[in-house]
Ligand binder design. Structure first.
Ligand code: SF4
Length: 327
């Protein structure tokens, strides 16, 4: 499979009066053409900052570094704001979590779509832009597109707003989309429809998807590969079936257990993830998950685990290095 995007040792730090916040602290991954990679973890683990770093939609206080980045066969040496602008849209587009915060409430949908077409295909006439807008609204399953183009975002239902957002993200004809919690604000039926829509769009255009989510339930419906992120690092990565069947990292195991309906118990108790994600100003010295890990060993508090690679899987956990399973 051909890689569409690859990044090695991505670090995104923020300088604050309290100190350096290491939101993304040495993350490496790739996405193949036409596949969906899910980046999974609780909020505050660095998933969204990772994705925003790829298109440099970060505050000016961000200090972004990496050893290597490649998008669409081209190495990105120095991700300046101008280079990032060229990547955004055509190469990588973003579907945000909450359409009401990313759609502009004072402009009708047609104007917002039109702006994207104008930017990416400058020669289009007004009529061509209208035709293309109708076409893309149909493509994302919005009924009566002519009428829906004339309304403001608040006049659409939650599901249609999310579809309109997806239409705007796709108007630049991107080869990859980042979908950041694309279904979190929606009810279960609409969630399923949006996931089906993303899958269908992917089948039609061989688009790559980076799915950002805290929800392993959503992951199981759409992803082919999974990278689990905790406290600024990827702690486990592998194919969806392998990760589900046999998670190697305790954090992955606990995330899977927290899917509603999955009643996996340890010692007869239903497991949940106790405690909170550590403060990125002050990560624990050894394994960053140690204070919350029911399987922690003596070594875990003091020594950070090295990454271990086996075939197409990788994990950072002392338990695995010592040949023990998460049971
Ligand atoms: Fe738990 Fe230790 Fe593995 Fe960290 S290294 S996840 S504390 S067993």
């Amino acid at each position: 499979m051909e890689k569409y995007l690859e990044v090695k040792n991505l670090r995104t730090y923020f300088n604050t009066p309290e100190g350096v916040v290491k939101s993304v602290d040495g993350v490496s991954f790739h996405i193949n053409r036409g596949e969906t990679l899910a980046l999974v973890g609780e909020s505050g683990c660095g998933k969204t900052v990772t994705s925003l770093s790829l298109i440099r939609l970060l505050a000016d206080t961000a200090d972004l570094k990496y050893d290597y980045m490649m998008v669409d066969g081209q190495e990105i040496k120095d991700l300046t704001k101008e280079e990032a602008r060229q990547i955004r849209g055509k190469k990588i587009s973003m579907i945000f979590q909450e359409p009401m915060t990313s759609l502009n409430p004072v402009y009708k949908i047609e104007k917002q779509l039109g702006e994207v077409f104008k930017l990416h295909e400058p020669g289009l006439t007004k009529e061509q832009i209208h035709e293309k807008s109708v076409e893309i609204m149909k493509k994302v399953g919005i009924p009566n597109p002519d009428e829906r183009l004339k309304v403001y975002p608040h006049q659409l239902s939650g599901g249609l707003r999310q579809r309109a957002m997806i239409a705007i993200s796709l108007a630049s004809n991107p080869q990859m989309v980042i979908a950041d919690e694309p279904t979190t604000a929606l009810d279960v039926t609409i969630q399923a429809q949006i996931i089906d829509l993303l899958k269908q769009l992917q089948r039609d255009s061989n688009m790559s998807i980076l799915l950002i989510t805290h929800d392993f339930g959503v992951v199981s419906q759409i992803a082919s590969r999974v990278a689990v992120m905790y406290a600024g690092k990827i702690v486990e990565e592998g194919m969806l079936e392998d990760i589900f069947r046999d998670p190697w990292h305790p954090y992955t195991k606990l995330l899977i257990m927290s899917i509603p309906g999955i009643k996996v118990t340890r010692g007869g108790r239903l497991e949940s993830i106790k405690g909170t994600v550590p403060n990125p100003l002050n990560f624990p010295k050894g394994c960053r998950f140690a204070p919350r890990c029911p399987w922690a060993l003596d070594i875990c508090k003091d020594v950070a685990p090295e990454e271990m690679v086996v075939g197409n899987r990788r994990v950072s956990c002392h338990l695995r290095t010592q040949g023990k399973a998460v049971e």
